[in-house]
Design a protein around this ligand. Structure first.
Ligand code: 0O2
Length: 206
């Protein structure tokens, strides 16, 4: 990696690494308290340079404005078992004092035309560097396992078709998005029972 890019992206890498540790810690706390945890797993990434350059061209963002105008250079993704958990995680994050939510995009209630569902929080996060604290933007995406399954497949196909899906694939993706939505609805209705089973398993694991 070019050293200038490496230096520029370092605070973002630090942000992603720190948030992954903190959020995974939360998951562990629920587990130890034998409570239903709203976090199933957490992933994160720094946007690859190729994608940064591509997005800066398509969105007309000058390279010297990336820090302010490209909100997802640092990205963290939180997967939840149930739709209700998404709202719990959103409120957990809004109440933390180590990050500030700037604004949110609710693609759970208002799905995108593609069929994409997820809850996005754009946050400011202070990273301690050698001699200063830098406030960086980080995009936190919160979604159910079903939403994540759909988004991962669609993302891979998007890579192949560059957003120009053949009609048939587009129709199938829309149908799959609807099925994922129904799966989440169905799971929500049996949420209490699933939570009890999860608790049972946890007790037996001890
Ligand atoms: P990657 O590869 O995930 O880094 P906007 O100007 O608000 O319309 P913006 O700024 O891209 O658009 O924000 P938006 O729409 O909230 O999307 C940001 C990220 O959400 C995307 O990052 C994806 O990760 C995810 N996302 C949004 N729409 C879709 C979708 O239709 N399908 C899938 N699979 N993911 C989506 P990037 O930069 O696209 O890519």
């Amino acid at each position: 990696m070019n050293r200038d890019w490496e230096l520029f992206l370092l605070p973002y890498k630090q942000t992603v690494d720190e948030l992954k540790v903190k959020l995974r810690g939360l998951r562990e706390m629920y587990h130890l308290r034998k409570e239903h945890g709203p976090i199933e797993f957490v992933t994160g990434r720094v946007k690859p340079i190729k994608s940064i350059i591509m997005k800066s061209k398509t969105r007309d963002i000058p390279i010297d404005k990336l820090e302010k105008d490209m909100e997802d250079l640092a990205g963290v993704r939180i997967m939840c078992p149930f739709v209700e958990d998404i709202h719990e995680v959103v409120s957990l994050l809004k109440n933390r004092n180590d990050l500030t939510v700037i604004y949110e995009k609710d693609y759970v209630t208002n799905k995108k035309d593609s069929g994409y569902r997820s809850y996005h929080l754009i946050c400011e996060y202070p990273v301690q560097l050698i001699d200063q604290v830098k406030i960086v933007l980080v995009e936190v995406q919160i979604r159910t396992l079903a939403m994540n399954f759909w988004a991962s497949i669609e993302h891979s196909l998007n890579y192949k078709y560059q957003g120009e899906f053949p009609e048939e694939i587009n129709a199938r993706l829309q149908k799959a998005a609807e099925s994922a939505f129904q799966l989440d609805e169905e799971m929500s209705t049996i949420r209490e029972e699933i939570k009890e089973i999860q608790q049972d398993f946890r007790f037996r694991e001890d």
